[in-house]
Design a protein around this ligand. Structure first.
Ligand code: PEP
Ligand code: MN
Length: 351
């Protein structure tokens, strides 16, 4: 951890006072060069600015104090980002996550599919067989369900985790499921291959730290009104504890639109690809809330650069305990997969 954080990834700017002389400037430049930093000088009409490149994070504060103590320096500012470990610059080649042989962040358009909620052994097993037959790579299913109402169904908990493990044993598909509580992390890790952090917990910092302590991959959903920078800092919480197996999931944000459940932010996908090395997953089911819109948004998200998608599929959406309106029928899922198969090569991916 210390080794990672002490990488030289910060940039600092020294602003000289208006009256500083050329000699003063050269003093600073030679001082910085002696210390091994890259230096960029920009001489303005009134003030000179010196950019310092390659500052060690752990020495940043010290260096700032030293230069600010000089009488001809006005201020010394760090212009680094508030996240480091998840920053693109940290691993420009990108991160690949191996989930029981399924590589997320490589050339496969990874499809995670299954019901919103694990209802019964039969419902889950049927769903698992259906999505597998159509080419899904990973099985989804909620055992712990966050709900806006305290009176609605909250999932079967541990029995549902066991059903997921059974479905994995039969189909060979790794499973993803949500963990909502710090106290459940250990148990969920016993059964799940990917831990999902839901939108409502995206800034639950204790939970983020806890999943950072384990090595099970984590899919961090976007908080429903989170900015990219806040989302990346939430991911940094996980990485700061040593778990770098993180993927980010765009699942729509709150806007003034009411026709759709949320507004799927397609911008997020290429933007995150610029900002971070972490794989990006799309969730068009929660992003739209309408099964009729899910295939189009799923395909669009892959065209925008997503590494994977997570989609709700139910054998009988009209009987689903949760999120029936946004769940694809087996037929609709099959059609979407065939369409994806045809267009994935456009972005150098396959299914
Ligand atoms: C889910 O994936 O079932 C879920 C509850 O999603 P979100 O946290 O994005 O609402
Ligand atoms: Mn759902």
């Amino acid at each position: 951890m210390r080794g990672l954080l002490s990488q030289k990834i910060d940039i600092m700017v020294i602003v000289m006072k208006p009256g500083a002389s050329e000699v003063n400037r050269e003093d600073i430049v030679s001082n910085l060069k002696e210390r091994g930093y890259g230096v960029h000088v920009s001489v303005g009409e009134i003030q000179t600015i010196i950019g310092v490149i390659g500052v060690d994070i752990e020495q940043k504060g010290e260096l700032q104090d030293q230069f600010e103590s000089l009488p001809f320096v006005e201020k010394c500012v760090s212009i680094s980002k508030p996240y480091k470990l998840v920053d693109k610059q940290f691993r420009p080649q990108g991160t690949q996550i191996n989930v029981r042989g399924v590589i997320i962040g490589g050339d496969v358009a990874v499809m995670m599919a299954g019901p919103c909620t694990v209802e019964t052994e039969e419902q889950l097993m049927t769903s698992a067989r259906i999505v597998k037959a159509s080419g899904a790579h990973i099985l989804r299913g909620g055992a712990y369900k966050p709900s806006t109402s305290p009176y609605s169904f909250h999932g079967h908990g541990v029995p549902a985790l066991k059903m997921l493990a059974n479905a994995r044993a039969e189909t060979g598909m790794p499973v993803i499921t949500e963990v909502m509580d710090v106290r459940d992390v250990e148990t969920v890790c016993e059964y799940a291959d990917i831990l999902q952090i839901g939108t409502r917990n995206a800034q639950n910092y204790n939970l983020l730290r806890e999943v950072g302590q384990v090595r099970t991959p984590v899919m961090l959903k976007r908080g429903m009104s989170m900015k990219y920078e806040e989302w990346l800092q939430a991911a940094e919480y996980i990485a700061s504890q040593g778990n770098y197996n993180i993927m980010l999931c765009e699942r729509g944000i709150r806007t003034f639109e009411t026709y759709t459940r949320n507004t799927f932010d397609i911008n997020a996908i290429p933007a995150l690809k610029e900002l971070t090395h972490l794989p990006v997953i799309s969730d068009p089911s929660h992003g739209t809330g309408k099964a009729s819109l899910v295939p189009a948004v799923t395909l669009a998200s892959f065209m925008a650069g997503a590494d994977g998608a997570i989609v709700e599929v139910h054998p009988n959406p009209e009987k689903a305990l949760k999120d029936g309106a946004q769940s694809l029928t087996p037929q609709a899922f099959e059609k979407m997969m065939r369409d994806l198969e045809r267009i994935a090569p456009v972005v150098n991916k396959r299914i």
